[in-house]
Design a protein around this ligand. Structure first.
Ligand code: SAM
Length: 282
C-alpha cells in the first residue's frame, strides 16, 4: 500500500507549500482584496524610517506590504503553524521579526524598544481588548485597525449618538479616531458574517485626561454607562456612594446638569467629573 508516505508526513510542521485551513478559534479571516491591504498600509503614513508592529499577520498578506515599506517589522502571531510559515518566508529579510505570542500578553512598547506604529486586521473575538491594550503608554504613534464596522462606528460615535458608549469615551479622551473606509465580507477568505472597516487611531496632543488619571477615568466611564439610562445625580450617588447633596455639589461644580444622562457627556465632561470626585476623596 501507500501507507509509508502518509505516515511520513503525519504530525510534523506544515510543509512550506501547504498552509493549515483557517482556524475559527483564532478568528482567522484572511484578506484577499489588494486595495484594502494598500489602504491599511497607506493609512500608516510614511514608514520608511519606522518600526511597525503587526497584530495577527496570518498568512502574511499585509505583512508583505509592510516588509517592503518599513525600516523594521515585528509581527505577532499566536498560531504556531502560521508563525513558522512566516519565519521561513522572511528568513532572508533581517528587518523582519516574527513573534509567536498572544498579543494581549505582549508589552508592545517594550517589544519595539523605540517609538512604533501599529497595524492589524485583528481577530474579531478580541477586538476591544486589543484596542485597549494598545492604549497603554507609551502608545503607538499611529494605529490602523481593520475591525467590525459596528465596532468602528462605536469607536468614532459622538456624544448623544445611539451607539456612543464607554468605548467611544475612553478612546476619544486620549486619541482621535478616523474611519478610513468600509470593507465588505467579500474582501476576506473565509468571508466573515459582518461588514468591516479600516480605522486610524492617533494620540491626541490635547488629551482630556492626564496619564495618572486614565485608569480611574476608564473605570468610572464603564460604571457610568452601566447606568446609561439614569440621570447624572443618580449615577454619581451610586458610583461614589454620596448622598444627594454631596453628589449635587460635585456635579454643579463641574458645570453639569444633575439631569444629564451619561450618553450625552463629552469625554472632557467625564474627565472634569472624575477629577472633581477624586478631589472629594473618591
Ligand atoms: N493579517 C492577516 C490577513 O489580513 O490576512 C490575518 C488576519 S486574521 C483576521 C487574524 C489573525 O490574528 C490570525 O492570523 C490569527 O491567528 C491571529 N490571532 C488571533 N488571536 C491572536 C492573539 N491573541 N495574538 C496574536 N495573534 C492572534
Amino acid at each position: 500500500g501507500n501507507g509509508g508516505a502518509s505516515r511520513f508526513r503525519r504530525g510534523g510542521p506544515p510543509r512550506g507549500d501547504r498552509l493549515p485551513a483557517p482556524r475559527k478559534r483564532f478568528g482567522q479571516h484572511f484578506l484577499k482584496d489588494t486595495r484594502v491591504l494598500s489602504s491599511i498600509a497607506d493609512a500608516l503614513g510614511d514608514v520608511r524610517d519606522r518600526t511597525v508592529i503587526e497584530i495577527g499577520p496570518g498568512r502574511g498578506a499585509l505583512t508583505d506590504l509592510l516588509v517592503e515599506r518599513a525600516r523594521r517589522v515585528i509581527a505577532i502571531e499566536i498560531d504556531r503553524d502560521l508563525a513558522a510559515h512566516l519565519r521561513a518566508r522572511y528568513a532572508d529579510r533581517p528587518h523582519v521579526e516574527i513573534v509567536e505570542a498572544d498579543v494581549l500578553q505582549t508589552n508592545l512598547a517594550a517589544l519595539a524598544g523605540e517609538p512604533y506604529v501599529l497595524a492589524g486586521n485583528v481577530p474579531y473575538y478580541i477586538t476591544t481588548p486589543i484596542i485597549f491594550h494598545a492604549l497603554v503608554q507609551p502608545r503607538p504613534d499611529v494605529a490602523v485597525y481593520l475591525v467590525q464596522k459596528e465596532v468602528a462606528d462605536r469607536m468614532a460615535a459622538p456624544p448623544g449618538d445611539k451607539i456612543y458608549g464607554a468605548l467611544s469615551v475612553n478612546l476619544q479622551a486620549v486619541v482621535g479616531v478616523e474611519l478610513i473606509r468600509k470593507v465588505p465580507p467579500s474582501a476576506f477568505n473565509p468571508a466573515p458574517a459582518v461588514d468591516s472597516a479600516v480605522v486610524r487611531v492617533v494620540p491626541r496632543p490635547d488629551a482630556v485626561v492626564e496619564p495618572e488619571l486614565e485608569a480611574r477615568f476608564r473605570s468610572f466611564v464603564l460604571a457610568a454607562f452601566g447606568l446609561r439610562r439614569k440621570q447624572l445625580i443618580r449615577v454619581v450617588r451610586t458610583i461614589a456612594s454620596f448622598d444627594a447633596e454631596r453628589a449635587g455639589a460635585v456635579i454643579a461644580a463641574c458645570g453639569l446638569s444633575p439631569e444629564a444622562r451619561p450618553e450625552t457627556l463629552t469625554p472632557a465632561e467625564f474627565a472634569k467629573l472624575v477629577r472633581a470626585l477624586r478631589a472629594e476623596g473618591l
